[in-house]
Write a protein that binds this ligand. Sequence first.
Ligand code: UT7
Length: 339
Amino acid sequence: MTRRTRILGVGSFVPDRIVTNDDMTQWMDTSDEWIRSRSGIEERHWVEPDNTTTSDLGLEAANKAMAASGITAADLDMILFATLSPDHEFPGTACFLQEKLGCPGIPAIEVRQQCSGFVYGMAQADMFIRGGMAETVLLVGAEIHSKGMDISDAGRDVSVLFGDGAGAVVLQATDVDDPDTQPHIYSSHLHADGTYAKELWVEGPSMTYAPNRYSGDWLERGAHWPKMNGKTVFKHAVTRMPEVATEALDANGFTVDDVDLWIFHQANMRINYFAAKQLGIDDDEKVFNTIQRFGNTTAATIPIGLDEALKAGKLEPGMLVCIAAFGAGFTWASSLVRW
Ligand code: UT7
């Protein structure tokens, strides 16, 4: 028997407010046709312009994941929170969520790997559990993008793509005799290349500014808005996601045909189409996309995808699930799971 990690339960949450592509045209020069044809996005959910925080969304998803797992916050040994849109610069959003969950004392860790954050978090949770430091871990991916983007013409290449939302899983130690049938994480594979750190980033405010981080002209330049070199990100994503998915399959002696369900990061439908083609996936039904309805929710796309796949009856016990993500950093990662 080998000590492994399994996903016990999943939950997700998006705010009620739906913003369609047509709605976007009131703020910027864009069109439903442009957004749909370039990205596959039809609508996204945004929080109301109020004081809702990322940890508020995370709490909703966490409560659903814990309910689905039959546990309460008192059963948790650790919280991991993946986000690029934290409640505050510090402390980490994991601490704000912990306060809302009412489980003081356990470690609360922030994961800052953007679109790959949730998969990085899965790897960390798996290592903490397999190493014996934790039995039960809550992993949340949550974002509020709507309040952090430039929704004028100047920011239209970014702001049409991103949505708000949250997803969570509860991970727990499990003893595995037969990896082909028993639910567990086979392995996770993590990568980064900081050469491309500025291809998708938010520059300011910054500790590089002197004499303090609010010095200089960054606000006038709009350096506080996310900036993306879309074509470069696209080019790397379509190479790295298939590469890291293949790495996970090779590491465990599986082939593409063994995979029952593919959950890719949701940045662009075209990226996922190319990734599937590159991998030689011949059945579109095996690739589960949610970007049409939610846009890119960064660290939340993977758990939202898992939850939506469950609700749609596409994810069943015993399935082999390959998860892969790519995003800012650049970072990319995969995880192979027996569901
Ligand atoms: O999660 C990881 C992070 N993000 C990604 O993975 C995104 C990766 N990149 C992409 O998905 C794509 O590059 C985009 C969807 C961002 C852009 O698609 P594209 O086919 O690469 O478009 P483009 O950059 O070639 O832009 C074409 C035109 C430009 O106009 P000109 O210069 O040709 O006159 C843009 O100014 O489209 C213009 N444009 C828009 N037009 C209408 C840019 N944004 C918009 C917009 N509406 N929202």
